[in-house]
Design a binder for this molecule. Structure first.
Ligand code: NJP
Length: 244
């Protein structure tokens, strides 16, 4: 049975992805910091006949992610897919100097991604099979005001993903994909504390119909279930009326 580790599986896109991959026959390894939410999700999946385990882990901590990989191997014997989904988006104007949030955004969105990659690579290289699906963003291909640091982290995710493709696909059969969501209805905006951001985006927030997490989960499944010789490099999924 193929397995998928999903970081940030306690809500939003990660949670929807857990359901979608489980329905495709993957055993899912759910990780995030909110273990209560993960346990609830795990119970629901098990009651529907799926295979799932839940492990509390903070992506910014290397050892936590190594424990997640170890649990996946102990339970299922292999790691086929890593969905690097955990992320935060405390948008702010540069002039307002939200330095702590900048640092936290880099820690979660960049260091968290490489910590998770490092945890699964030994198993994937040994198996000569693996797929790293990194949740980037439209912010990973274009910059907008208030998003300087957030966009910077997602540009980094794009670069890291391309590096994996160049170095690891041919010798180890490890594929790499970025998923680039547009606006999706999740808890992500709750991390914004700079009130000027809400004022700046008010017209957009009032008029735009956000996507559902399930819309992004479908794209993740599409990338994950391709035949081994097919590489889906990038998938951009945005609301039809979101122009940038
Ligand atoms: O957000 P949300 P999304 N260690 O807040 C986890 C990208 N994206 O589903 O630890 C481990 O519902 C947190 O879990 P917990 C976005 O950049 C979104 O929208 O329990 N996990 C939760 O499960 C991000 O990469 C949109 O608090 C940590 C999850 O992350 C991905 O989509 C647009 C953690 C966040 O779930 C999922 O975000 C776009 C840590 N230190 C890109 N910190 C969008 N929604 O519009 C947080 O372009 N988490």
């Amino acid at each position: 049975m193929k397995t998928a580790i999903i970081t940030g599986a306690s809500s939003g896109i990660g949670k929807a992805t857990a359901y979608a991959l489980a329905k495709e026959g993957f055993a899912v390894i759910l990780s995030a910091r909110s273990i209560d939410k993960l346990d609830e999700l795990k119970s629901e999946l098990l009651s529907q006949g799926h295979k799932a385990i839940a492990i509390k882990a903070d992506v910014t901590k290397r050892n936590d992610m190594k424990e997640v990989a170890k649990a996946a191997l102990d339970e299922f014997g292999q790691i086929n897919v890593l969905v690097n989904n955990a992320g935060i988006m405390p948008l702010s104007f540069m002039k307002n100097l939200h330095e702590d949030e900048w640092e936290q955004t880099i820690d979660v969105n960049v260091k968290g991604v490489v910590n998770s990659i490092a945890a699964v690579l030994p198993a994937m290289m040994e198996q000569k099979d693996g797929h790293i699906i990194n949740i980037s963003s439209i912010a990973g291909i274009s910059v907008f005001p208030t998003g300087a640091v957030y966009c910077g982290t997602k540009y980094a995710v794009e670069a890291i993903t391309e590096g994996i493709r160049l170095e690891l696909t041919a010798p180890y059969n490890i594929r790499a994909t970025t998923i680039r969501p547009g606006a999706v209805e999740t808890n992500l905006m709750s991390t914004i504390t700079d009130q000027e951001v809400f004022a700046a985006f008010e017209p957009m927030l009032k008029s735009l119909k956000f996507l559902a997490s399930e819309d992004i989960a479908k794209a993740i499944v599409y990338a994950a279930i391709q035949d081994p010789e097919v590489s889906i490099d990038h998938v951009c999924v945005r609301p039809s009326h979101q122009l940038m």
